[in-house]
Design a binder for this molecule. Structure first.
Ligand code: PRP
Length: 206
């Protein structure tokens, strides 16, 4: 299932991120904010347990999250999506996966993975702003499934139709939450019109 955000704040902030005028400091603020808004939508079906809460006036029927959440940023660009989400869910664990895309083959190359032997979370939110060919997301979800992750969601800012199709084909059980679906991939595997290289734009390395 693909969920493209319809939220005006997401659209507004994403448009600012796309602009060539937006500098890394502002870009980092925006990616943090858009990630929080997307997370609000992507976590709407998390499980809760009924609890009783003592208020100054009596007892209220409340709820608490019943599932352990893992945030899985794909390095580097996924890093900028962590902080805001983590602030809202401070009990989440963060497990980094390092992949870069080979510029010639466009295939993901793995360089960092320190997942423990057995899964420690029940819901994994894979964070990567760009879903281009889908190779990085598919490889990360392959890793998480081998790890034993049961429930996985993908969260990103921009997707190419090619990436969505590939990810849905490889992992039809993983819902895709995206701020906007763009037109296509160009011949060097960049999303068009896109926003450029989300890693470079955050870290000032472009
Ligand atoms: C970019 C982007 C995604 C990936 C998307 O990362 O941040 O991780 O490419 O492409 P795909 O869907 O075709 O796999 P990049 O390899 O540039 O690494 P970086 O985040 O370290 O800059």
């Amino acid at each position: 299932m693909v969920f493209e955000s319809k939220h005006p704040l997401v659209k507004h902030k994403l448009s600012l991120m796309r602009s060539v005028e937006t500098k890394p400091k502002k870009f980092r603020e925006l990616i943090r904010e858009v990630a929080m808004l997307l997370c609000y939508e992507a976590t709407a079906d998390l499980g809760t347990t009924a609890i009783e809460v003592k208020t100054p006036m009596g007892t209220a029927a409340g709820q608490e999250l019943s599932e352990k959440i893992g945030l899985i940023p794909i390095l580097r660009a996924g890093l900028g999506m962590v902080d805001g989400i983590w602030e809202m869910m401070p009990g989440a664990e963060v497990w980094h996966i390092g992949l870069y895309r080979d510029e010639e083959t466009l295939q993901p190359v793995s360089y960092y993975n320190k997942l423990p032997t057995f899964p420690t979370v029940q819901v994994c939110l894979v964070l990567d702003p760009m879903l281009a060919t889908g190779g990085s997301a598919i490889a990360t979800i392959d890793i998480l499934k081998k790890w034993g992750a049961q429930r996985i969601k993908f969260m990103g800012l921009l997707a190419a139709p090619e990436g969505i199709e590939a990810l849905q084909k490889a992992h039809p059980d993983v819902p895709i939450h995206i701020a906007q679906i763009d037109s296509h991939l160009n011949d060097i595997g960049f999303i068009v019109p896109g926003l450029g290289d989300a890693g470079d734009r955050q870290f000032g390395t472009g």
